[in-house]
Structures are given as structure tokens and as C-alpha cells.
Design a protein around this ligand. Structure first.
Ligand code: ARG
Length: 372
């Protein structure tokens, strides 16, 4: 397939009947647990580690000790990993459809086509984690200010969906794109944070929501300026709590997992009584047990062993959890949460579990204050 003709498209084509569905979609998502009605599940088609993304290079350098200069040295993703992940994602999507939940999938993109801005040029990455690029807050759907150049244009894979959300009355907002110049990226391997920029920069997965209260992780994938921007959009309708000093890496959803009103699961290596965000001190806190570690390929992990905390609530009494995490499943059941155990065999090298590969479009229920 040629990569440089502007009209080369992959994914859904015009003659695909699915692309003609432009019926309106209503966005309504206030928290992590209300009964789910409509959701997006990521895809793995065309996934590829972008070799030239200088921000991802720093991330990989910090996590794996790879040299900070030169191209990223990541192996190609083997075909069996792609195939098994397709299978796992389709099973997950199918289970939700059986429950009557509407499931959307992004359009695949041509990841090998180079993308550029005035400041960089790179290949693209994947559409595995809708959670990282889009955020729903009430009736708003927000494109985040992603920190990796290779993910700068990823939200285009959701353009048909976003148009339908707009049609359904949603407020569609895109955060300003950070410049991500070479100087905005730390190249000192002693430094434990990736970006050093004045521009707002955050991945949507740095945020979790509980009605009127949102929690924003200050870390390598979300800076203070990003928090300021989000607050400027949500104004006094929401309290956006800064969560510093918990975890310097990517995303909040292996650190704090909101289960239902009054119950939160936390990462015992990162969270303690002192650094737990103030409002959550009123809730019951359960500390995650040790995680079961496993690998189905030789690919290096792209995340920590704590990916098991990256579970997805279907409703306040039902969680989709990594089937390998027996101790965690037991603990949840003890707290009266049923578990649907499923697999994402390659979640670790691909950098995402069940929360990452989803985006809740609509849940029942409205905006409540859970911390009165
Ligand atoms: N960086 C996290 C960890 O290593 C994994 C976060 C994955 N989340 C996501 N939304 N992609 O624990």
C-alpha cells in the first residue's frame, strides 16, 4: 500500500455500511462506575512502536534504561501478538454487547505514514487505548493534549464518533496541542520526569472522575499547565483535584481505581494515608494485593506489574478484571463486587489493561457530590 498519497485511507472505507451510521450519540459520563450503556473499545490493527518519537524515547529510556539518544530500539510487534490481542479485545467487546451495551471501535490508521509538526516528525503508534486521547466529563467529550508526538493525531481515528457526539448535543472540546520541542523533553537520565514544558500537556488517562470531583495525576504524562487548562474549561462546575507525589510515570489508572461511591482501590507501592488525595480520605480504602506477573511474548513490558488495577467497572457491582489476578478478584468479591475475569494477554508490552482500552461514552445517572 502506498503511504504518501493523501487519499490513501485504511480502516473503514466509504462503501462500508458501518461508516454510513451517523445517528446522534448522547454523551453522559459522570463517574467510573454507574451502569454502562455505551463505550469505545480500542483496536490493535497496525500497531507499531514509533522509532523517531523523541518523547516516547525518553519515556522508554527512563523505564528500561535504553540510551536517551538515537532511534528507539523496540522490536517489531509480532503477528501473533496482534492476532491474540484482536481476539482478546473482541471477546471483551462481545461480552459487553451481550449485556446490551453499545460498543464502538476506532478507525484504524496508517501508522507508518509520517506525521510532522513545526517541531518534530515521527511515525504513529496505535489505537489501543482510547482512554489516553479522549475524556468524557458529563456531556463533554474532550481531546487531550497528549505528550507523545506519535499520538498527536490519534483522535482522528474517532472523528466519525465525535461528529455523532456533536450531533447528539455533546460539547466537543479539543485541548491545545503542546509543542513538544526537543527542549521540552528531559534528556538527563537522572531526571525522573519526561516533559519539561510550559505548554499544557496531559493524557486523558491522567484523570478519573467521581461526579463533581475529578482527580488529576501530576506526573510525566500530565503537568500543572494541563491541570490549569482543564480547570479553565470546567470552571466552578467541577472540583479538579491535583494529585502530586503519587507516581511520576504514565497515567493514574494503575494507582487509584474508583470502584463505587465510598470505595477505592489503591496501589500499595504508590499510595499511603498521607499522600492519598484529601477527599478520598473519607472513603473506605482497600490496598491491592501483590500482582501475578506473566508474559506471553518476549516483548519488554511497557508498564509496571500493577496493570491488574486497571480494571473496568460495568456497574457498581460488576468489574472486568484480568483473569490472572486471583488475589485481587478474591478481594473484590469480598467487597461484594462480582468479577467477569477476562484476558488481555499482551496488555503489559502494549501498555494497557481493561480501563485503558475503553472510553465510557454513556453511563446511567447524573452528576452527584460523593464527598459531602
Ligand atoms: N504507567 C502505568 C504503570 O506502569 C500503566 C498505565 C496504563 N494506563 C493507560 N491508560 N494506558 O503502572
Amino acid at each position: 500500500m502506498p503511504h504518501n498519497t493523501p487519499d490513501t485511507i485504511i480502516g473503514r472505507q466509504e462503501n462500508d455500511p458501518a461508516s454510513h451510521d451517523n445517528s446522534p450519540i448522547r454523551v453522559n459520563a459522570h463517574n467510573e462506575w454507574d451502569p454502562l450503556e455505551e463505550v469505545v473499545v480500542g483496536i490493535i490493527d497496525n500497531a507499531r512502536f514509533p522509532r523517531k518519537d523523541h518523547v516516547l524515547r525518553t519515556d522508554i529510556a527512563l523505564e528500561t534504561g535504553q540510551p536517551i539518544h538515537g532511534d528507539i530500539e523496540m522490536p517489531d510487534i509480532p503477528e501473533f501478538v496482534i492476532e491474540e490481542t484482536k481476539e482478546d479485545l473482541n471477546i471483551f467487546a462481545g461480552e459487553m454487547e451481550k449485556m446490551g451495551i453499545t460498543v464502538h471501535r476506532p478507525d484504524a490508521m496508517d501508522t507508518q505514514r509520517k506525521v510532522a509538526s513545526p517541531y518534530w516528525e515521527t511515525e504513529q503508534f496505535y489505537n489501543y487505548c482510547p482512554r489516553d486521547v479522549l475524556m468524557t466529563v458529563g456531556d463533554r467529550i474532550i481531546e487531550s493534549a497528549n505528550i507523545f508526538p506519535s499520538r498527536h493525531f490519534e483522535a482522528y481515528s474517532y472523528r466519525d464518533l465525535l461528529l455523532r457526539c456533536l450531533e447528539g448535543g455533546s460539547r466537543w472540546i479539543a485541548a491545545p496541542k503542546p509543542r513538544l520541542r526537543a527542549v521540552d523533553c528531559n534528556t538527563d537520565s537522572q531526571v525522573k520526569t519526561i516533559l519539561n514544558t510550559v505548554d499544557p500537556a496531559f493524557d486523558a488517562a491522567n484523570v478519573i472522575k467521581a461526579g463533581k470531583d475529578l482527580f488529576y495525576l501530576i506526573s510525566s504524562s500530565g503537568n500543572e499547565a494541563g491541570l490549569k487548562w482543564l480547570r479553565s474549561i470546567l470552571r466552578d462546575e467541577y472540583r479538579v483535584h491535583a494529585c502530586p507525589g503519587l507516581y511520576t510515570g504514565m497515567h493514574i489508572d494503575t494507582t487509584i481505581t474508583l470502584l463505587r461511591p465510598g470505595l477505592v482501590l489503591v496501589n500499595p507501592e504508590r499510595v499511603n494515608e498521607d499522600n492519598l488525595p484529601e477527599p478520598l480520605k473519607k472513603w473506605d480504602v482497600i490496598y491491592a494485593p501483590e500482582m501475578e506477573e506473566y508474559a506471553y511474548s518476549n516483548l519488554p513490558p511497557l508498564c509496571s506489574a500493577w496493570l491488574g488495577l486497571n480494571l473496568f467497572m460495568i456497574n457498581p457491582g460488576l468489574a472486568v478484571v484480568d483473569a490472572h489476578q486471583k488475589a485481587l478478584i478474591k478481594l473484590l468479591e469480598k467487597h461484594k463486587i462480582d468479577v467477569l475475569p477476562l484476558r488481555l494477554r499482551h496488555g503489559s508490552p502494549l501498555g494497557g489493561g481493561f480501563h485503558c482500552v475503553t472510553l465510557d461514552i454513556r453511563r446511567k445517572g447524573g452528576k452527584e457530590d460523593y464527598f459531602k
